[in-house]
Design a binder for this molecule. Sequence first.
Ligand code: NDP
Length: 401
Amino acid sequence: MSRILIIGAGGVGRVVAYKCAQNSSAFSDIWMASRTKSKCDQIAQDVEKDLKVKISTAQVDADNVPELVALIKTIKPKLIINVALPYQDLTIMDACLETGVHYLDTANYEPKDEAKFEYKWQWAYQDKFKNAGLTAVLGCGFDPGVTSIYTAYAAKHYFDEIQYLDIVDCNGGDHGKAFATNFNPEINIREITQKGRYWENGDWVETEPFEIKQELNYPNIGIRDSYVLYHEELESLTKNFPSLKRARFWMTFGQEYLTHLRVIQNIGMASIVPIKYKGVDIVPLQFLKETLPDPGSLGDNYEGETSIGCRIRGLKDGKEETYYVYNNCKHQDAFNETGAQGVSYTTGVPAMIGAMMVLTGEWSGAGVFNVEEFNPDPFMDKLNTEGLPWHEQHDVDLEVK
Ligand code: NDP
């Protein structure tokens, strides 16, 4: 029996549930738990209607380790797919250690009271997972996740030395709303309003938010304004590929989005410092999240597609080579298959594939791992058959200056 427990019933949780149910030979028994059980029940009901696969559901507060441990002891899963929020990573890892269960997530830990994400907190669990003989897979969504696997695949097959890496993330979709985020608004706005940062010649270079901009051309989408942001996979990739002379992450933003964001910041609504409102402490950004569209509800009228990939330059047999590997995902295709939009889909599919890799033994080992430390080949094969086919180009103009 390969029983799994999915924690978190948002847009990404929905996709993970659908994809696991489509692969019931690998996932013979599926459980989903979250803070609001009715959201799990809705997903379970939809999966049962569309795929005739049963998903069992439960309520859990994943900030509470004893509560998690009690639930895990009742369910006895082999692996937990954590698609709740980054705040819950450490409590879920603690509960996995206490109950002897493998762990996988899609975003690194972030303390609630500080907008800062870093792997140090989760890497500190290395010895604990090693001693327990358990596997913890960190960052197995698209970015981080597939982008790191693309890099590992390029390093394995096409380069002796990868030197320049540009991860390029374009959402060329239109959901028809004036302003909405594609995943949890609180996490998303915390991420993009931080200072930018990239790796160059062995050190981090810090930039103001949105300081570095370039027009980049994305397959099937066209030219989009792309900005350098700090993104978590840069931390592990620069550690695991020390030949990198420069590593950057680019994301596209439209002018309308940036104008809304500037206003949100200027009026204090992006703040995570609690304020008193009618005698009650509220966090402005958490309040804002409640007023913005639920990212899970965007799928219905979402048109267009995402295009995310890696543009790499390096050496092979002493000669300079360039390589571009990417996936394009249409929001409508994602919605028709799972009821979720493309950003949730491109995160949930890799999470399912990573879980499959661990359960089938393709990825194994005791300790805490970033995905680029595993063999990329079986994962790349599954991307092609599970809805995120990739394309590659050699000897191309990478554009990134
Ligand atoms: P949502 O906000 O839509 O869903 C989060 C879910 O987690 C909700 O069901 C929420 O419950 C649940 N949750 C929150 N706190 C707790 C808690 N204390 N106990 C139990 N459940 C809890 O987020 P998304 O689905 O959009 O994103 C999920 C994760 O995926 C995030 O960590 C995000 O950062 C990550 N992500 C990763 C990407 C990648 O490419 N690597 C890209 C996009 C997202 P409730 O419904 O009660 O609020």
